[in-house]
Design a binder for this molecule. Structure first.
Ligand SMILES: [Zn+2]
Length: 315
């Protein structure tokens, strides 16, 4: 295993987005990679390029009907994939497939021990459900990665950790009754922010009841509130003994995001990423990948994701 971190870039994943004036614009990829170069961290990582995910890989998580619907709407290029948040851009199927392919490549590289950790900036599309697009998310790359780790590598206990301002409802409800999908999500209280879910008493269903951790945070909360919640996430994960960690690093929880109301700094992301690396080293043979998730203030996403990569390198 090399000690290096693998970061994904290139036109394949940069093409995922929705053009002006949509908050999930097409410039987010370059904003992050410019910052990575300017900080000098670009010289300390290797870069990877995506491949498109195959239909059978998408179908590890999504229904065949949904995959087909995205394909048809993407070819037509008009209207929306959901109720009005996620436009059916021409070619969005290919871009979304490349996002998934990048995450699956990252999983392979880490599982084969070619790299210690990996980060994919345009990914972490956590609102997509098994049969639905939602909240700018078409295919749920983290959900597919969890199923892929089980099928291809025989892992069972996958941890999904989400610090995006929005609740990761696409992940939570897809695995709500699955006790082996370890789920921890710190997010702005759903009474004030889309998608309105992720209440503290949502701990799983059926045989997964009391196995999942949702921590809603009031609007306006800063790093102190984050760190207090984070201690609970660490204690929870420590007790769960995960075999692989998927981190969703949404930067829309930082102060100044145009569509949310939390006020963390990028120190929250640096702290969480470093802590998860130590947890991965203790429980998962070091295996962790990070996905960018949301983040609509460009300066914030550049800084937060760069600090995640820095933590991946240094921890
Ligand atoms: Zn978000």
């Amino acid at each position: 295993m090399t000690g290096k971190v693998l970061v994904y870039r290139g036109k394949e994943i940069a093409a995922y987005g929705f053009g002006d004036p949509h908050p999930f614009g097409l410039d987010r990829h370059d904003v992050f990679h410019d910052e990575l170069e300017q900080t000098g961290l670009g010289e300390q990582v290797d870069f990877g390029h995506a491949r498109p995910a195959r239909v059978d890989e998408l179908a590890l998580f999504h229904t065949a009907e949904y995959i087909d619907r995205v394909s048809k709407l993407s070819a037509a290029g008009v209207g929306y994939l959901d109720d009005g948040d996620t436009p059916a851009m021409k070619g969005i199927y290919d871009a979304a497939s490349n996002v998934v392919g990048a995450v699956l490549c990252a999983v392979d590289e880490v599982m084969h021990r070619n790299y210690r950790r990996s980060f994919i900036p345009i990914a972490g599309l956590h609102h997509a459900g098994r049969d639905s697009a939602a909240g700018f998310c078409v295919f749920n790359d983290c959900g597919i990665a969890a199923e892929y780790l089980r099928k291809e590598y025989g892992l069972k206990r996958i941890a999904y950790v989400d610090i995006d301002a929005h609740h990761g409802d696409g992940m939570f409800y897809a695995f709500e009754d699955d006790p082996d999908l370890i789920f921890a999500d710190i997010h702005e209280d759903g009474r004030y922010l889309y998608p309105g879910t992720g209440h503290a008493d949502e701990t799983g269903r059926g045989r997964a009841k009391n196995t999942k951790l949702n921590i809603p945070i009031p609007p306006g909360a800063g790093d102190d509130e984050f760190l207090a919640a984070w201690q609970r996430v660490e204690a929870y994960l420590e007790a769960q003994e995960p075999e692989f960690i998927l981190m969703q690093c949404g930067a829309d929880s930082l102060e100044g995001d145009p569509i949310t109301h939390l006020r963390w700094t990028e120190e929250a992301h640096a702290h969480a990423a470093a802590a998860l690396c130590r947890l991965a080293d203790r429980h998962c043979e070091g295996r962790i990948i990070g996905t960018g998730g949301g983040g609509y203030n460009r300066r914030n996403l550049a800084r937060a994701w760069t600090r995640v990569v820095q933590s991946f390198i240094e921890t």
